[in-house]
Design a protein around this ligand. Structure first.
Ligand code: SAM
Ligand code: SF4
Length: 324
């Protein structure tokens, strides 16, 4: 098992497979992806070696993320490898939905269990203003298609922004009345790149949380491989609601996850000061015992909490670098 000195166990890994993205979310990549010297992202054999090691040290859930993971042509093979070759119980993915409608059937057939789609507004104009994309309707159609396929879980992520979507809360709630999805409101996090935007747009989720608690929504019990959301259900709604509050008290105490960047750096926390390079241990199956020992040692040394309250955002300049 992966565990640390703060009574936490880690059975959940978020694996970035590219840092490239084709959206320009105003809180993440407002100027779009900046191509630098060509990067070599983890290859399928490296991902295979890594995931075998993860499974053997007790990881039961892997989330594929990015950047935008659907920009990788070998995405179905990656999903299939993580699920069927490496035998990970739950394979999840976070996507901006750009290729959802055309590819979701292939992802499902490859073994994807859970799908998270980011939608920051249900109004096409506002969605475009936030993300730079005109694809809202195709993404919504893709969600409807995904619902019919039988995924264990479909979640929609909304990053709360004071002036761009906070007022849309009741519209979002009406949207899930008959839709069996989990709608999660994420508090905007400060990153190395977005300080001014964060200071303007950050808004606590606590008022919305109080609102749902006083209108018949009941808090759900958290499963051991769940993400950081506090989730609620309501007898009159097909959908559920979640809140992700990185500035809340319990956020780090219940942490069960670590991250691996698209170039094979381990970040024990999203806000770590540095990525730890373990890629050289992912080159062959013979190195697996060494890779496992390395993962165990790094997990053990994980810090108790992030430094976000002190505006210390670590090595990460924006979330596309590592995945959410
Ligand atoms: N491109 C994919 C997407 O947008 O779903 C996957 C990567 S994205 C970095 C993962 C999640 O992080 C998305 O739901 C996104 O909205 C969220 N995110 C990005 N920057 C954020 C920030 N500064 N604060 C909170 N959430 C953020
Ligand atoms: Fe791209 Fe996701 Fe960042 Fe938006 S949040 S710019 S879709 S990586």
């Amino acid at each position: 098992m992966l565990f640390d000195t703060h009574d936490r166990q880690f059975n959940y890994v978020r694996l970035s497979i590219t840092d490239v993205c084709n959206f320009k979310c105003n809180y993440c990549l407002p100027d779009g992806y900046q191509h630098q010297a060509k990067k070599q992202f983890l290859t399928l054999p490296e991902i295979t070696n890594l995931t075998h090691a993860l499974r053997d040290v007790g990881v039961t859930k892997v989330r594929i993320t990015g950047g935008e993971p659907s920009l990788r042509k070998d995405l179905p093979q990656i999903i299939e490898t993580v699920k069927r070759v490496c035998d990970i119980d739950t394979v999840a993915m976070t996507t901006n939905g750009y290729r959802l409608n055309e590819q979701v059937t292939d992802w499902y057939a490859a073994g994807l269990d859970q799908l998270n789609i980011s939608i920051d507004s249900l109004h096409p104009g506002q969605f475009n203003l936030i993300t730079g994309s005109t694809k809202l309707q195709a993404i919504l159609d893709g969600i409807d298609k995904a619902v019919t396929l039988g995924f264990a879980e479909i979640k929609v992520n909304v990053v709360l922004l004071k002036q761009f979507n906070y007022a849309e809360f009741t519209h979002f709630l009406a949207w899930i009345k008959d839709k069996p999805i989990v709608l999660r409101f994420i508090e905007l996090m400060q990153t190395g790149d977005n300080e001014a935007f964060f200071n303007e747009q950050h808004v606590r989720a606590s008022l919305l949380q109080a609102q749902v608690e006083s209108s018949g929504w009941v808090r759900k019990i958290r499963s051991s491989d769940a993400g950081p959301a506090i989730e609620y259900q309501h007898p009159e709604y097909a959908g559920q609601i979640g809140f992700i509050t990185p500035y809340g008290d319990e956020f780090c105490a219940t942490c069960n996850r670590m991250r691996i960047s698209a170039t094979g750096q381990l970040h024990t926390c999203l806000f770590s000061e540095e990525g730890l390079d373990g890629r050289y241990l992912m080159q062959s199956a013979e190195q697996q015992p060494l890779l496992e020992q390395w993962l165990i040692t790094q997990a053990y040394n994980k810090k108790a909490t992030h430094g976000l309250h002190e505006h210390m955002t670590g090595a990460m300049t924006h979330l596309a670098m590592l995945g959410g």
